[in-house]
Design a protein around this ligand. Structure first.
Ligand SMILES: Cc1ncc(COP(=O)(O)O)c(C=O)c1O
Length: 357
């Protein structure tokens, strides 16, 4: 029996995506060849990557609005530095909002190439909230935000309004809620949470923000090169991109982002209500900044941790441990997580309370 998988990433994918991807590895579209042994330039794969790129723009409502979608390699971590290569001028300055480990890593990587300013931070309270009313200097080359903080379970509910180009790491909440995505000039996300298998990252960039700096950019780091080559500058992560394609089709068939948002809100409400009601647990995040994707909570009595760990593991649950830097528990309830699994976790928490409360 398949486990209820609350892993933060790589994480749960829709059953039909796993099914079709496995089939394609054995025999891709009945061609008698595996998806991962054909040329990435074969018409079959070119169709896959092009359709995936088109679906990204369609689902984000960015079609015909001057954006390009790319599937690149190196994970979101590569984009930390690639963003700076493309947008941070040699004598320029970039602004970063420090909402946790990944936001901080993004800032530190960009600092290899130029000046970065931390314009707001929630480090003072162990990243348990999202800084509000951020004052944004007008001389920034770009402002970088992390929409959802996977480790701490905080999420921006609205974004600063500014003339400065807005760059957003959406690794753990892309395609999960309705937003005006055109407020961002560049969005990137590692695939392995809401899009597909690890090995590729999605970059969505407004083309007019590129080509404006005087820095020499190595080809592999240059978004314009990747756009010119239609995301085929070098061999793409064929299998990972295929899983993204399948997931994007799955999402479209489901009704797109509005439909998945309704499901995500219902799942998060169910889980947070239990965290708040259950006398043994408490949430760690300021209520209005709680993430729809990663619910972080702790036991009031740490002595119960071993008992709780044994309890949920015996109930066919996987991946509930909090990040090693935070401890406690984190239930990642990404797009593909069914309501039934969240209900199961809630029931397990209730049974645990009945036994140990
Ligand atoms: C918000 C966020 N940004 C960046 C990363 C790093 O992604 P990658 O491992 O693809 O480099 C992660 C990984 O969990 C993340 O959650």
């Amino acid at each position: 029996m398949k486990k209820h998988n609350f892993s933060a990433g790589p994480s749960i994918l829709a059953p039909e995506v796993l099914e079709k991807a496995s089939q394609a590895v054995l025999n891709f579209e009945g061609k008698g060849l595996s998806l991962i042994e054909i040329s990435h330039r074969s018409p079959e794969f070119v169709t896959v990557i092009n359709e995936a790129r088109a679906l990204v723009l369609e689902l984000l409502d960015l079609k015909d609005k001057g954006y390009a979608a790319l599937f690149l390699q190196g994970g979101a971590s590569m984009e930390f530095i690639r963003v700076a290569f493309n947008l941070l001028n040699t004598n320029g300055k970039a602004g970063y909002v420090n909402t946790g480990t990944w936001a901080n890593n993004a800032q530190n990587e960009a600092a290899f190439l130029g000046e970065v300013a931390e314009i707001a931070s929630s480090k003072d309270k162990n990243y348990s909230y999202i800084p509000k009313n951020i004052s944004i200097p007008s001389d920034l080359d770009y402002l970088h935000l992390t929409s959802n903080n996977t480790i701490y379970g905080t999420q921006f509910q609205s974004f600063p309004v500014t003339d400065v180009p807005l760059v957003c790491d959406m690794s753990s909440d892309i395609f999960s809620r309705v937003l005006d995505f055109s407020q961002f000039d560049l969005i990137y996300a590692g695939a392995q949470k809401n899009i597909g298998a690890s090995g590729t990252s999605l970059v969505v960039v407004k083309e007019e923000v590129l080509g404006k700096i005087d820095r020499a950019i190595p080809n592999i780091m240059n978004y314009q090169k990747h756009i010119e080559r239609e995301s085929m500058y070098h061999t793409p992560a064929v299998f990972a991109v295929y899983t993204c394609y399948l997931t994007l089709k799955w999402l479209k068939d489901l009704g797109g982002i509005p439909a998945i948002e309704r499901r995500n809100i219902a799942k998060a409400n169910l889980l947070y209500s239990e965290i708040d009601r259950n006398s043994l647990f408490e949430g760690t995040v300021q209520t209005e900044d709680r993430s729809l994707m990663n619910a972080v909570f702790v036991l009031n009595d740490k002595h119960l941790e071993t008992a709780f760990d044994e309890f949920w593991q015996a109930e066919n649950i996987s991946g509930l441990k909090g990040h090693r830097t935070v401890g406690g528990y984190r239930a990642s309830i990404y797009n593909a997580m069914p309501m039934e699994s969240v209900q199961h976790l809630v029931t397990v928490m209730q049974h645990f309370e009945a036994k140990f409360g």
